[in-house]
Design a protein around this ligand. Sequence first.
Ligand code: GDP
Ligand code: MG
Length: 397
Amino acid sequence: MAKYTTSKPSWVPDEPNEKFACSVMGGIEGIKDTTVGNINPNLLSGKTKPKRRLVLSEDDYVNGVLKGDRMTLSRAITLIESNNSKHFAKAQRVLQRLLPHTGKALRIGITGVPGAGKSTIIEAFGNMLCDAGHRVAVLSVDPTSSVTKGSILGDKTRMGTLSRRQEAFIRPSPAGGTLGGVARKSRETMLMCEAAGYDIILIETVGVGQSETTVRSMVDFFMLVVLTGAGDDLQGIKKGIMELADAIVINKADGDNLLKAKVARAEYERMIEYIRPATEGWPTHAYMCSAYTKYGIPELWKVIQAFKEMTTESGVFNKRRNRQLLEWMYSMIDEHLHSLFFDDPVITGRMPEVKDAVLNGIISPTQAVKELVNMFDVDMAARRQVDIFHPEAEVKS
Ligand SMILES: Nc1nc2c(ncn2[C@@H]2O[C@H](COP(=O)(O)OP(=O)(O)O)[C@@H](O)[C@H]2O)c(=O)[nH]1
Ligand SMILES: [Mg+2]
């Protein structure tokens, strides 16, 4: 029979220290059955039950989130993200009850090309805010993220210190699906975090497709993180995104790069002059920072605070929030009707024929629309849908 020992190997330091990353736990004494290995004896005897409950009730979710319990919050978000129609209904009921506790956080969006340093800035910025007594939730919106959630690992290491803090909560993008689906889930996740008491929400998004516009429509303050020395052609592409930004942040203003950052800042300042500001009454400017040296990070927070003060006073802050709510509703109606129509078997059945007729000049596109819409029975389509808000789940089944 194998002999168990409770003493540490000789090479383990007595006190924990930085050079020795892992500590060795003592073995468990008194286990008779060598085949089970080192299972917690309390579990074997049934004295300790696993803490995690398999099914939470609606009340469990609501109370847990309101208490700020991270485990419950995580699970509530998983419920929101689920493509199962039963989960959907439950998630919506939970959200409905949490709604009165939402809306008090400051919502900040961060965009920029991959590698610009968004995650590293969030780490520096988030830690500073936590130190100042805030509770920070970090979300990301990435419609390209796959089911395997590959990018999270990278981000969790990028946000190493922040992810370990009690005052911070980091949640990666809901995976895949349509941008509309990802947007709804992210918005509802944001509300959950607010109900759990996070007073600053940071949303990172990659600079692809429409994701910037989506995040802009969720947040109060939107910043664009850029690098130095981007060529003229690149900056042309950014113009559309620049029009969404309340601040342009030139990151990596450190070391040899500082001078280049200053030049870039002046260039961006010149460009901004030709652009309509994203927020009424707030002049967009370019700022420099370094997520490494923390240069410019406290100043960035001052800028955001000034923004909040100014727009609250002028009423622009609330006006935007209200507009965002209505836009959210309208975009969901759009998405809903779109999927009802295009997933309808009658429509998909007739579509090839109608397309041919249009391409061969037999009927005009206007006539084609008229014909298809006349054929479309919205009641039938609604009944056929398994879950109206999850077109992607329908396609898979
Ligand atoms: N020199 C310097 N490098 C930085 C700074 N911020 C981020 N980086 C580096 O830039 C790379 C991309 O950073 P990351 O935060 O992942 O960018 P993201 O894709 O925009 O989220 C990483 O290797 C970072 O270490 C900075 O302020 N200065
Ligand atoms: Mg990142």
